[in-house]
Ligand binder design. Sequence first.
Ligand code: SF4
Length: 320
Amino acid sequence: MIPFGPVPSRRLGQSLGINNIPPKICSYSCVYCQLGRTLKMQVERQPFYEPEEILRAVKEKVKKAREAGGPVDYLTFVPDGEPTLDVNLGREIHLLRELDIPIAVITNSSLIVRSDVRKDLMGANWVSLKMDAVDQGVWRRIIRPHRRLELKSILEGALEFAKTFRGELATETMLVAGLNDTDPLLSGTADFLACLQPAVAYLSIPTRPPAEAWVHAPAEDVINRAYQIFSERLNRVEYLIGYEGNAFAFTGDVEEDLLSITSVHPMRENAVNEFLARAGTDRSVVHRLISQDQLIETEYGGYKFYLRKLKKRNENSSPL
Ligand code: SF4
């Protein structure tokens, strides 16, 4: 199935996914990949499907979604592999323009060094670049890249792309316990991301069964530290840890709202107190959520922070 969904995505609203790569062809074999180990490692671009066939299938899916009364906010290239390996990506984006729906691409950044890939991505409205580490050794351990890939060139390609891309640029950093989550490594990654000036930098953690069983998410206090280190250097930082369905939704329900907000970013104690005052309630709700193991209290830089307890995401939830 080339198009799938639409599925709710916190980043992109109701997003219709486009799987333009057969499973699982990728330039990386990330230790945390939810699709398992890469079946075919490659860095050469090639055609996989006819662009006209992709257009036809997506059109059909959009029509059905609209007939069912659902919106389609984005068409998102998010395949079972790396979308830029598809040499027809630029043409597909061009053809899909006739649907008048914004187009997103979630790429692992491996081929961003290539000018043809950067040109293809220029046609999208929203692009997310994976940036897990800027330390060569750590990057190799997490990503397990194709032997022809070099981190230095990828970083240069990303900078070049960020300079010229007129759409909305996002970055995504997966935090893996014991690999890329020390303060110096996080600072190095955040310093580089600051040069890209993304509209938003997402922090994510492995929430589904990873390719390697030893992979784990860092502890909550480490995730909070990562958030703070990123926030010191970047305008907008958000967690991407699930709960897409109700993030930031106004429910009028204090517990729900508190959990929604803290699943996206930690709240400082004074912000929580102000929020509770506005809602006309007291801190008993915070104590209750902590005792129910839904909320975590942690410290950073002399301040108390609250964040949502990170649980495994629903297995049926979207990869978007
Ligand atoms: S880049 Fe994405 S698809 Fe490829 S191995 Fe990593 S997580 Fe899996």
